[in-house]
Design a protein around this ligand. Sequence first.
Ligand code: GTP
Ligand code: MG
Length: 216
Amino acid sequence: MAGRGGGGPNRPNGAAAANKICQFKLVLLGESAVGKSSLVLRFVKGQFHEFQESTIGAAFLTQTVCLDDTTVKFEIWDTAGQERYHSLAPMYYRGAQAAIVVYDITNTDTFDRAKNWVKELQRQASPNIVIALAGNKADIANKRAVEFQEAQAYADDNSLLFMETSAKTAMNSHIPKLPKSEPQGTAGQGGRTRTGVDLEQTNPQGSSSSRCCGGN
Ligand code: GTP
Ligand code: MG
């Protein structure tokens, strides 16, 4: 697994000592080549690679943003979409507060695969998990195979958040509304309170967190 290390929240000496710290474990799931790693790269580094390598096993990245007096640390598991890694997935979604299930709007098979991931999460992940469905590659809507309305209706029927995204153009490449956990990452009883963390507003290039909170 590619990794940048786990461990507790970064707290540089003296910085933000009075801050509340919220931790979110976030997992990305979906067929290979739908753009999971590209979305994470966009969110964490503000970059896009035309030739993004297929993930092996999973990749772990973190991103920290400051919202007023709260430091929000995202612990992101970017899983590998190739079928041979499927059996590893529960390790990554177990205990996750949020999952983003990604499909490619130009490929109906990936939408079917996304629905299977949603079913698996609903059966086996934490009951409080917030699931978002992301129809990626919206920049090539001229090759669209999955209609927006169809995906929206499916998301509504299954109580999912839904958005179309583009890692390439950065469209909707913020993290959608998430439950607010207790400080230090202990999910509260009311874990479904949706505060919303719009990272396009708080951290448009994925770099301001480093200045503000000590980064990752
Ligand atoms: P696995 O790691 O194999 O599971 O794939 P993945 O879901 O992580 O896909 P990845 O991010 O590696 O992207 C696959 C290909 O799609 C790459 O060539 C990306 O450049 C391209 N891609 C990703 N996101 C977008 C997007 O929003 N628009 C377009 N046009 N291409 C994209
Ligand atoms: Mg990948």
